[in-house]
Design a protein around this ligand. Structure first.
Ligand SMILES: *[C@@H]1O[C@H](CO)[C@@H](O)[C@H](O)[C@H]1NC(C)=O
Ligand SMILES: *[C@@H]1O[C@H](CO)[C@@H](O)[C@H](O)[C@H]1NC(C)=O
Length: 177
């Protein structure tokens, strides 16, 4: 008859675990933050913010440039004017990842350089179909003030050319503690 006490102690371990979690979640209050800024993605010239680091054997003839891999470090500014207040930088990489349409897989850290979020960052991993007027990307984590962050970004071209690059408008919605 050893099974009864065993299962009782299992239940009490469960109860202790639940009550510990309940106390912990009361200590931290989740908040929602909305950020709005413009990303400058310049693809040509000396001010270029993206660099092609690798490509497949047939990438240059492929209609969707499938296989191209680029590394980026782009400015995030308060208004579309590139001389406006620098909010942060988008540092990461993207690859042309579709054989059917021009779409990218993007892995990027948004690093903030102003105000209460100075030094904090958001980690983003998403898909960008270039033909779509609004693209949605998941925010999968963060650092500093953005620890435990999760959320989404809506990005749309503000003034953009597929060859030269340009300006993209970013709306970020995140939950964090
Ligand atoms: C390379 O690209 C050309 C042009 O799109 C295409 O016709 C050809 O099938 C491709 N070759 C391979 C091996 O993917
Ligand atoms: C952001 O933080 C860095 C490092 O602590 C500091 O040097 C810089 O002055 C801060 N920038 C602003 C705008 O507060």
């Amino acid at each position: 008859m050893a099974t009864l006490p065993l299962s009782l102690s299992f239940i009490s371990i469960l109860l202790i675990t639940f009550s510990t979690n309940a106390t912990a979640s009361k200590l931290f209050k989740e908040t929602e933050t909305h950020l709005h800024f413009y990303l400058h993605d310049i693809l040509t010239g000396t001010e270029s913010s993206s660099v092609l680091v690798a490509q497949g054997p047939n990438t240059s003839n492929h209609p969707t440039a499938f296989g191209a891999v680029l590394v980026m470090d782009s400015m995030l500014t308060e208004t579309p004017n590139r001389n406006s207040k620098l909010i942060g930088r988008a540092q990461g990489m993207y690859a042309l990842s579709s054989q059917e349409d021009r779409s990218l897989v993007i892995v990027v850290n948004l690093v903030f350089l102003q105000g209460e979020f100075n030094g904090s960052s958001l980690a983003v991993l998403g898909r960008i179909p270039l033909s779509s007027p609004v693209r949605e990307m998941p925010v999968i984590g963060g650092t500093g003030r953005f620890r435990f962050a999760r959320g989404y970004i809506l990005n749309k071209p503000y003034e953009f050319d597929v060859v030269k690059g340009g300006i993209l408008e970013y709306d970020v919605h995140v939950l964090h503690y």
